[in-house]
Unconditional design. Sequence first.
Length: 460
Amino acid sequence: MALTVRELTGIKPGQWLSHDGVRGAGRLMAYGTKDGGATFYFRYVVSGGRRDSLPLGPFDPRGQRGLTLAEAIDKAGDYSKRYVAGERDLRLALDAEQRERERQQAAQVRVEEQARAEAAGTLGIVLMAYVKQLEGRGKESAEKVRRSFELHVKGKWPALWDTAAKDVTMDDLLAVVRPLTEAGTLRQADKLRSYLRSAYTAAIKARQDPRASAGVAALGIIHNPAAEILSIEGANNARTRYLSRAELRAYYRRILTRPEPERSVLLFHLFTGGLRAEQMGRLTLADYNSERGTFRMECGKGRRAKPRFWDVPLIPAARHALEGMGLGRKLFSFDGGKHGATGNALQARIRPIAEAMLEANELDAGKGAFTMGDIRRTAETLLAEEGVPANVMAYLQSHDMGGVQKRHYQHAEYHKQMLAALNKFHKLATIEPATKPTKSKPAKRKQSNVVPLAPRQAKR
């Protein structure tokens, strides 16, 4: 029976009314609410056999604060067509459509904000254009720079973010950096200072760079206020902490007590020489050559236009650890390869081990706990003491190498020497030094108090 406006107007709270429809195609329903009104629903049966009622909106005979009966019939008819066409789980489909609309709306908002920022030539557009440039060149630092700008500039100085880039002064940027220095995070402060300087430098060069944003080039920025900020003293004090041989063996023993996959992740990090977690976190199954027993690393650090690639050999213990992580889509992973492990996640596992070792007096006196980066430094330092050439460690750990040295040293030779170096490091971590047996000294004879008699001389 068809619904009427009179029925909807007189509906009782808790009462259901239905509209005529084709069997098996869903149906328009109306439900009486506590306030004396009615709400429209489209009722249908989902693929699992359960009934579902999708809300269409409240009934309003004038159509001002809700749907008229005719509008509700049309809307239910659209849902019925989709249902008959095969969309049995309408709610899921509609939720997905809503999320897509919200995504598109958010993207449109970002586009409009970008356009307004470019028109205004704000500091924010200059900074984000620099991030976009880093991303376009495949720089692994792009995301760190973005987070730094959004946290320390946009988040804490929104008015400055929207200020015309030409009007920003050294004092403005100094005010951005100063809180970090006052908090004692000198390294982060100097990084932010460097990021700001580089962003302005890129904006100044934009007019000469065909790859730069046309909007940024049109800003005509000719002055870099961040260049006037002095580098922060003490920000680049290099850490010198590394594990002694005894500490390294204790760390290895601690790793063996950890549950999987944490144990395998930490062992893989250790037996590959403490390579950078950010780089290893990007490794995929395609980077692993099981036949050669190597994995391919990528480094985009520094000013190089293209990332550098190099193959790292796997000793048997590292291969075993790799298998322990699951050999999923991502090689270096805490969740079976679904996501790559991050530096923060790795440090979060190393920190409690270092603190437990400190409490158990397993660390050398006065040195304190160690960090993820100290494992890398440990491999470099101890292997140097073992006679591993500096250029081999530089190749393994992706330090900058001279061009001539890189071109003329054969990759095959590197492979053999890196493999030998990693095997040495494995022995240092896992094998206790042999103790030399102490030789027993012969017991000293007690001195006798008896005086020997002189020999008797023969008679003539």
